[in-house]
Design a protein around this ligand. Structure first.
Ligand code: SAM
Ligand code: SF4
Ligand code: F3S
Length: 446
């Protein structure tokens, strides 16, 4: 009998990438991907631990699965991802409906864990940090999940230990994948139709691979990818300001495909808070990177992450953040109230009053959203280049993205998926641009 596997994914793009690789791994032991959870013989929850009540959310979700399968055969239930890493065996003890707990650096063991469970009924927990083995395992399995815009993980883990962040504990130490294996996977994706590749890592610009005395950095990868004629756009995320080295900055001058957009989290506009967070850089340093990039290309846009109401944040510190948002006019940014993470250095600090924290978040988000709305408004009545990702379900419309990542919904025509096309923007809101394909003959072949 054909077995089916269903994965529900929370968290960042790296989890999304991992889930797709897990689908490919388990297909080797006879599990076919399904979009319908009800028919799953194996249910995998790929979890995120970055903020809020992540752990409780997982038990809640497992409770729903339990209810759903009450009158059906129980699937093998696997908790993967960052909560699995943080909670390990405790999860099976607390919720015996869970059969396997597997951390993000142990996915090379997922097939064995499933086989072991299905043959011997043995529950198990795999939470060793072994990203090198994980990389080499997945290097041997073809990445068949090709989309117009594809993710490609090049680096895992983090050694920076920002005081608020759980990532160094859930993903382990920084580790970079082989330069050549990354290029092999990129070649596969491109030959299967990818036109855009986003290089991924928790600290993607800390990428450093050494072989035979030679060092390979993110800038080398970008310049190598630049040579593939069929590839149209290159992105990377997420970066730390400290690792924005000059070789990487120069890629914005040299590369023809690196988009003029960078997601560069700053977290706060106050040097005092940055120091308390252990970010190891100042606002001035961030501004120096901003200026260098804008000098190379004034069209480069920035987005960022902000943690609001970090313990110790005064009104003045918060105002400094707002000033920075107004000054740099970030687009597409993320902002959240500080959420204490168990096991991190900031976990026991005195929290800022909830009501005040919420008020500050609202003010910060209003500023960020305003930047976004104004930036989108500016595109109205202009023609912009859009990489077409897909035709929208049940509609005669297409979905694509502008270079600055903004989602574009537009009236198009047949056979434009995977192409960069000129779209006349007629309307906009905070998150989207709306328009129509400019003229048929000016479609830029991809
Ligand atoms: N490596 C990236 C950097 O250095 O900025 C960030 C990666 S982290 C997975 C993504 C974002 O989650 C962070 O930039 C931060 O804004 C947010 N985040 C992390 N821990 C948080 C916490 N405890 N509370 C609220 N937001 C948090
Ligand atoms: Fe977390 Fe990023 Fe800091 Fe690493 S650099 S600890 S991933 S916020
Ligand atoms: Fe979440 Fe883990 Fe990514 S905590 S943000 S899934 S690295």
């Amino acid at each position: 009998m054909l077995k089916k596997v269903f994965i529900k994914t929370f968290g960042c793009q790296m989890n999304e990438y991992d889930s797709n690789r897990i689908y490919e791994s388990v297909s080797k032991i006879g599990y076919k991907k399904t979009h319908n959870m009800d028919e799953a013989n194996c249910y995998i929850l790929n979890t995120c631990h970055i903020r809020d009540k992540a752990k409780e959310k997982v038990y809640h979700e497992i409770g729903r699965v339990k209810k759903n399968f009450k009158s059906k055969d129980k699937p093998i239930v696997i908790v993967a991802g960052c909560v699995a890493q943080a909670e390990n065996n405790e999860m099976i003890k607390r919720e015996p409906y869970i059969d396997i707990v597997i951390g993000p650096q142990a996915y090379h063991k997922i097939n064995d864990s499933i086989l072991n469970y299905s043959q011997k009924n043995e529950k198990n927990e795999e939470t060793d940090f072994d990203s090198i083995l994980k990389f080499s395992y997945f290097d041997k399995i073809k990445n068949e999940n090709t989309k117009v815009s594809s993710f490609l993980t090049i680096q895992e883990g983090c050694d920076k230990f920002c005081k608020f962040c759980v990532v160094p504990y859930t993903r382990g130490p920084e580790s970079s994948r082989s330069f050549y294996k990354i290029l092999d996977e990129a070649k596969q994706l491109i030959s299967n139709g990818s036109k855009e590749i986003t290089l991924l890592g928790q600290n993607v610009n800390a990428y450093l691979y050494e072989k035979n005395g030679k060092e390979y950095r993110l800038s080398d990868l970008i310049m190598e990818l630049d040579k593939f004629p069929e590839l149209k756009r290159i992105r990377y995320t997420t970066s730390h300001p400290i690792d924005m080295t000059d070789d990487l900055i120069q890629c914005y001058a040299k590369s023809k495909k690196l988009v003029p957009f960078i997601h560069l989290p700053i977290q706060s506009g106050s040097d005092k808070i940055l120091k308390l967070m252990n970010r190891n850089h100042t606002v001035e340093y961030y501004l120096s990177i901003y200026k260098k990039l804008k000098k190379i290309n004034p069209e480069i846009e920035f987005s960022s992450d902000f943690i609001i109401a970090y313990p110790g944040e005064t009104n003045k510190d918060f105002e400094d953040t707002i000033k920075l948002i107004k000054k740099l006019k970030f687009i597409n940014s993320y902002s959240f109230i500080f959420s204490p993470r168990p096991g991190t250095a900031a976990s026991n600090l005195n929290l800022i009053d909830k009501k005040l924290a919420k008020e500050r978040l609202k003010i910060a988000q209003n500023e960020l959203f305003l930047n976004q709305i104004l930036k989108n408004k500016k595109s109205e009545n202009k023609v912009i280049n859009v990489l077409v990702e897909n035709k929208m379900k049940n509609q005669e419309k297409f979905f694509g993205r502008a270079e600055h990542m903004t989602a574009v919904i537009f009236d198009g025509k047949k056979d434009i998926e995977g192409k960069i096309v000129p779209v006349l923007i007629e309307n906009s809101n905070q998150n989207n641009l709306f328009g129509k394909l400019k003229i048929n003959k000016s479609v830029i072949a991809a």
